[in-house]
Design a protein around this ligand. Structure first.
Ligand SMILES: Cc1cc2nc3c(=O)[nH]c(=O)nc-3n(C[C@H](O)[C@H](O)[C@H](O)COP(=O)(O)O)c2cc1C
Length: 391
């Protein structure tokens, strides 16, 4: 597989400079800046010059199918908003205004969680175009998230958006049976409404042990949820969201198990634990980060510095587990990167941090992706997929 990985650079448009100015004005209130995303998504279409409307053209439509008979996923474009950006599942369709062709709502846990009570629990790193956070899985509980998703999913489909629900085990449970019951319940509730369910195996931000380090538990969790799925009349896809800091041998152990139990795909991957920041190409040092938790921890890193490492992980998974669907996530901020990932065989991408650094990022990346396709002689992504399937 080609080892070249280009971290494509984008040009700052005047609108990106306005966004940078807004970040500077609110630099003392990172949580407010973060929360303002939902207001931008909602009001952008009515604000002059913002040019934010759902794009219903067919140029970047993509259908992801599964050999095991799961319902296919339909993306207006394969650019999704990653989990964490809309934890509540309120006003899902607003994110079509921003150009997204899919969204992963949540992460939701079995019951309401306040998350980390320390403030701030999010920090912006301008020079690295990165964000570090330790929100601590704050959410309204899987029942509320599923109810809201159910009420909006038809409207989201009309805007060509695919909607996944991200669920995680409730942090802090100690008894193994209780853990299993908790995650299977969350999964079965989310399953009722979502197009697919994403299991967040890899949240580094709750201060509790990460479950992807406990293989015996991970095995039991995926066996139980795939058994549940197999008992349902409608078969929906299951994705596991992996941590990006695992060595290849650990990734392989998890992947072997996921393939064996019949999980359909992986999201590669989550935030990168800031304690291992020196692994990444960043300007900032760990000691200079603002602590985001009472114990001094600085959470997980997102954004541009994750890209090269994420591409390595994607290549590893594509090479060794070609039967698995891959959604790439980590540092994606340019449509040319998305095209490179599509050429590596990913089905879709998810992004989050880029919306803080590029104005109407998904619309910009759509244009770049369409341009990259056209340079290679393809008018649509479907045309590219058809040509590739003949190879
Ligand atoms: C503030 C914040 C909250 C997040 N919350 C979640 C979450 O609840 N569940 C999850 O799976 N990932 C969560 N993430 C991780 C993102 O979904 C994504 O995996 C990560 O940010 C890497 O993508 P990016 O570089 O495009 O931001 C969060 C990220 C940020 C910045």
């Amino acid at each position: 597989m080609n080892d070249k990985c280009i971290n494509h650079e984008y040009y700052m448009r005047p609108s990106d400079r306005v966004l940078a100015l807004i970040r500077r004005i609110f630099h003392n209130n990172p949580e407010f800046r973060h929360d303002s995303l939902k207001h931008v998504a909602r009001f952008a279409p009515v604000i002059p010059l913002m040019g934010a409307r759902p794009d219903l053209s067919k140029t970047l439509n993509r259908e992801v199918t599964f050999a095991d008979g799961c319902s296919p996923l339909h993306f207006g474009c394969p650019i999704m908003l990653a989990a964490g950006a809309n934890k509540t599942a309120k006003r899902i369709c607003d994110f079509a205004n921003m150009g997204f062709g899919g969204i992963s709502v949540g992460t939701a846990t079995r019951h309401v969680r306040e998350g980390n009570t320390h403030r701030p629990r999010i920090g912006f790193l301008e020079n690295d175009r990165a964000i570090h956070n330790s929100m601590g899985l704050n959410n309204d509980g899987v029942e509320a998230v599923t109810r809201r998703t159910d009420a909006q999913i038809s409207a989201a489909h009309r805007l060509h958006m695919c909607v996944g629900i991200s669920v995680a085990e409730t942090p802090g449970l100690t008894d193994e049976d209780e853990k299993l019951k908790d995650i299977v319940e969350s999964f079965s509730i989310a399953y009722k409404a979502a197009d697919y369910v994403e299991i967040n195996l890899s949240c580094p931000n709750t201060g509790e042990n990460r479950i992807d380090l406990d293989m015996s538990l991970v095995n039991k969790i995926f066996t139980a949820i795939t058994d549940y799925r197999n008992s349902q009349t409608i078969r929906k896809a299951i994705y596991a969201k992996l941590s990006p800091d695992m060595p290849d041998n650990h990734t392989a152990t998890i992947m072997d198990m996921l393939v064996k139990v019949g999980v359909n795909g992986v999201v590669v991957g989550n935030t990168y634990p800031t304690k291992k920041l020196s692994d990444l190409p960043v300007h900032v040092a760990y000691k200079d980060l603002t602590p985001l938790r009472a114990d001094g921890d600085c959470g997980g890193m997102s954004g541009r510095p994750l890209y090269e490492n994420m591409v390595k992980k994607v290549k590893f998974v594509r090479e060794h587990y070609p039967q698995m669907s891959v959604i790439a996530c980590g540092g994606i901020d340019h449509g040319y990167k998305i095209y490179d990932l599509v050429k590596l065989g990913v089905d879709a991408v998810q992004c989050y941090s880029v919306v803080a650094f590029r104005w109407m990022a998904a619309h910009a990346m759509r244009k770049e992706l369409a341009e990259a396709l056209s340079k290679d002689g393809f008018k649509t992504l479907a045309e590219y997929d058809a040509a590739r399937s003949k190879q």
